[in-house]
Design a protein around this ligand. Sequence first.
Ligand SMILES: Nc1ncnc2c1ncn2[C@@H]1O[C@H](COP(=O)(O)OP(=O)(O)OP(=O)(O)O)[C@@H](O)[C@H]1O
Ligand SMILES: Cc1cn([C@H]2C[C@H](O)[C@@H](COP(=O)(O)O)O2)c(=O)[nH]c1=O
Length: 209
Amino acid sequence: MTQENSALPGKFISFEGIDGAGKSTHIGFVTEWLASRGKTVVSSREPGGTALGEKLRALLLHEKMHVETEALLMFASRREHLAQVIEPAIARGDWVLSDRFTDASFAYQSAAGGMDRAKIMALAQWVHPHRWPDMTLLFDVPLEVARERLDAERTLDKFEQEKADFFARCRSEYLRLAAEFPDRIVVIDSTRSIDETRATIAAALGRLL
Ligand SMILES: Nc1ncnc2c1ncn2[C@@H]1O[C@H](COP(=O)(O)OP(=O)(O)OP(=O)(O)O)[C@@H](O)[C@H]1O
Ligand SMILES: Cc1cn([C@H]2C[C@H](O)[C@@H](COP(=O)(O)O)O2)c(=O)[nH]c1=O
């Protein structure tokens, strides 16, 4: 990680997509790309990113619960993440990369889980009224591609075991959000090769420098 003395506030980039879309694969690349341009990078994830958040993550990914309990715990983890990691890092001038943020709550708890969208918006307004990512990289792939990548990989958690229609609702909500916030959300075609995807990401990141 390279250091940069800067009076400027840092930037906040989130990574989104349905499970298996390929977003985590590219976080290491973005870290190196930014570090080679003199940025100090803090890489984190949601749910999680703090000691308490990681305990909540273990519950969220493995325990069945009411969808509103799930949303409240996601936002509890997020509140802690903002207080302990995101806001201090941005204030120092660092660049924060978060594997997921509030768009995931709209996609998973609201569109797929059936929770009232207005309640997610109310939680977002409460927990981070003035903070949204400067850029969100949305890794988009058809459900079958994501499923194939997941199956090849690992033991599936609670969300990853959901059926195709759950992920179809997640994916369309992500694409709807991208259409609503075109200045923030960059849709990345994640069916392309890892090298081609990296080139697209680098072009998008260039806009933030
Ligand atoms: N462009 C790509 N082409 C082929 N395989 C890819 C591509 N991107 C990622 N993969 C592979 O797909 C698998 C899943 O990728 P990854 O873990 O990054 O997904 P993810 O979106 O972060 O999933 P999750 O949200 O469940 O953690 C990995 O084995 C990874 O190597
Ligand atoms: C932030 C957030 C996450 N989720 C879900 C989405 C994923 O299935 C898991 C996290 O696993 P990953 O492999 O690290 O992507 O949590 C959610 O449902 N709602 C949220 O707000």
